[in-house]
Design a protein around this ligand. Sequence first.
Ligand SMILES: Cc1cc2nc3c(=O)[nH]c(=O)nc-3n(C[C@H](O)[C@H](O)[C@H](O)COP(=O)(O)O)c2cc1C
Length: 181
Amino acid sequence: MIDIFFEELSSEIQKGITEKGHPFRFITMATVGNGPIARLRTVVLREVSQELVLSIYTDSRTEKIKHIKANNQISFLFYHPEKMLQLKVEGTANIVTDTSRLTATWNNVQPNSRKDYITNNSPGSFIKNPDHVEYLEEENYFTILDIMPTKIEYLKLQRPNHIRAKFTKTSENWKGEFLVP
Ligand SMILES: Cc1cc2nc3c(=O)[nH]c(=O)nc-3n(C[C@H](O)[C@H](O)[C@H](O)COP(=O)(O)O)c2cc1C
């Protein structure tokens, strides 16, 4: 019976990349690095594999990459307002080094979106005026992060009973347990 909730969450995550306007396209990503406080930011969910490996694109000079190099444990927050469905995903981040995958993906990035990965100065550098951003012509800092989920918590607010369940990845499959909401 708990399996239907895992199937629902998997299908909703997939819709984040296949359905236009789906709220799971934009997710919150948290990293902690070595610091005492979590750093949060919105990212676009770009790829989802059959095994639920979640991929995002970023610039290799960002703080999130520094954090992941120090500590590859991250979490994502998904929220679907119409379904009142929240997913908390914890997982291990891997910085993709496969150059053929990086090149093939980069070639599919829309020309206008390429600007996000080719600023002359690192993202987060101070500038006097927002128009004063220079772009590189030959190089890019395009990076793919693959996140392998290890734990997913499902929470749906509904009447008469809210549903909360925790799914933990074992060596073979996912083990689910209901929790008090
Ligand atoms: C709607 C929206 C979508 C975003 N998508 C991404 C993204 O896919 N990848 C990314 O690196 N940053 C994305 N950002 C910017 C991040 O939220 C963040 O500001 C940036 O990555 C720097 O974060 P960091 O310094 O913590 O690494 C997005 C921001 C917004 C508002």
